[in-house]
Design a protein around this ligand. Structure first.
Ligand SMILES: Nc1nc2c(ncn2[C@@H]2O[C@H](COP(=O)(O)OP(=O)(O)O)[C@@H](O)[C@H]2O)c(=O)[nH]1
Ligand SMILES: [Mg+2]
Length: 246
């Protein structure tokens, strides 16, 4: 078992998952991988099973299969809980679609393991705007959504909606003790919000985010709605929550 694990949620990523796993395998730093698949109709889960059975990699690949599409947030929670039960020291999250570069994953791992940081955030908005190939409307939407999050929640993290982050075991265990209410972008925001409330050490590291080349985005209008209204609810509930580390 490695000390690092990366959780990859998948829904219809048959064109991407093999490449993503292969790229992670080429890194100098070793990562185990947990794929959480929601019974993808395109058989992404089968592809992962074949990779596991082929035994072609010398690190652990674990597949969590869920019956149907239940959403990104709950997929992550299942992956995170598995990683916590196995006591991985550093737990990362990354999209299957090639948007997050495995080379940056190594940089995040270096920061969290060497600098005693609790949470590392792969950030698109810390060094200008480092997003490639997204239509300008999507870049602006994401950028200003993040400024809205800063205003409503009061937290300073510049990229709260991103899904390319790393947590120490200690940090993740403490964050997940709170009620995680969301499935989409609001899920990513809430983890960072709780981390801030717990006074954990958070560091944003610039990454380059590239739009996916293959497959389709699962982002939807309802995911946006959840974030816009959800974070107001999250902020209000936080006034009645006692955040503490133990
Ligand atoms: N298990 C699971 N994975 C999902 C679900 N929705 C999205 N994903 C995966 O989460 C990652 C991010 O989703 P994506 O569609 O790329 O969102 P975008 O980057 O915001 O456009 C990808 O690896 C998707 O396959 C879901 O409901 N369940
Ligand atoms: Mg994506």
């Amino acid at each position: 078992m490695n000390e690092n694990v990366v959780i990859i949620p998948t829904f219809n990523e048959k064109e991407n998952i093999t490449i993503t796993i292969s790229e992670i395998s080429k890194l100098k730093t070793k990562f185990d991988i947990v794929v959480v698949d929601d019974n993808s109709p395109d058989k992404t889960g089968e592809i992962v099973k074949n990779i596991i059975e082929s035994k072609k990699y010398n690190f652990s690949i674990h597949l969590i299969e869920r019956n149907d599409k239940k959403g990104l947030g709950s997929a992550y929670i299942e992956g995170f809980n598995y990683a916590i039960s196995k006591k991985y020291s550093y737990i990362f999250q990354l999209d299957a679609d090639g948007s997050h570069s495995p080379l940056d994953l190594e940089i995040l791992q270096n920061h969290i393991s060497k600098n005693k940081i609790d949470v590392v955030i792969g950030s698109r908005y810390i060094k200008g705007i480092t997003v490639v190939n997204w239509p300008i409307e999507r870049v602006l939407l994401s950028y200003f959504a993040n400024r809205y999050v800063n205003i409503i929640t009061g937290i300073k993290v510049k990229d709260t909606t991103g899904g390319f982050n790393g947590y120490s075991l200690f940090a993740l265990k403490n964050i997940l003790k709170y009620n995680i209410m969301f499935e989409g972008y609001a899920f990513q925001i809430q983890l960072k919000f709780i981390a801030t409330k717990l006074n954990l050490m958070i560091k944003e590291i610039p990454i380059i985010f590239k739009d996916r080349i293959r497959g389709k985005s699962k982002m939807s209008f309802s995911i946006f709605g959840e974030a816009i209204f959800g974070i107001i609810k999250m902020k209000l509930l936080s006034f009645f929550t006692n955040y503490k580390i133990n």
